[in-house]
Design a protein around this ligand. Structure first.
Ligand code: SF4
Length: 148
């Protein structure tokens, strides 16, 4: 049955990464053939391309996306994008996120403490978190195609 799948745009070949590259994955595209794909990229929308990188950091107010350039909390625009995206796509059956991304990773985002020590590699990025909050089935792309 044809599914509506929300998917990180970089996986489809959009050059929306921080370094203006993509994460195109032919194997994934083949596996998704025939489904309705709805691409998203919260970071490109909020911060442009190219842009500084960010990390998910455990802060006193929770897990936040912190700029590696300015040390500012960049979470709000990502969270707002996610809310608007899911509010305007109510038919999504599945969320496929780019693994390890602080925005799109589902069970693979890296979490650091405020000294930038790695404390977990199994976290949920801010966009994926909103999908989970809405009870959408979520999976990292690598897991979807069975390579992790
Ligand atoms: S992982 Fe997510 S935020 Fe990063 S480039 Fe891909 S779609 Fe954009």
């Amino acid at each position: 049955m044809k599914k509506s799948i929300a998917i990180s745009a970089c996986l489809l070949g959009e050059k929306c990464r921080y370094d203006a590259n993509d994460n195109k994955n032919e194997r994934l595209l083949k596996a998704l053939d025939g489904h309705k794909l709805i691409a998203f990229c919260p970071e490109a929308e909020a911060f442009g391309i190219p842009r500084a990188t960010m990390d998910l950091v455990q802060t006193p107010v929770g897990k936040r996306a912190i700029s590696n350039k300015t040390n500012k909390d960049l979470s709000k625009p990502i969270e707002e994008y996610a809310k608007i995206f899911f509010d305007s796509h109510l038919d999504i059956d599945l969320f496929i996120g780019k693994e390890r991304s602080p925005s799109c990773g589902v069970t693979s985002a890296r979490l650091y403490d405020e000294m930038k020590n790695l404390i977990s590699s199994k976290e949920t990025g801010l966009m994926a978190k909103e999908a989970k909050n809405r009870k959408i089935t979520c999976i990292d792309a690598e897991k979807f195609i069975g390579i992790s």
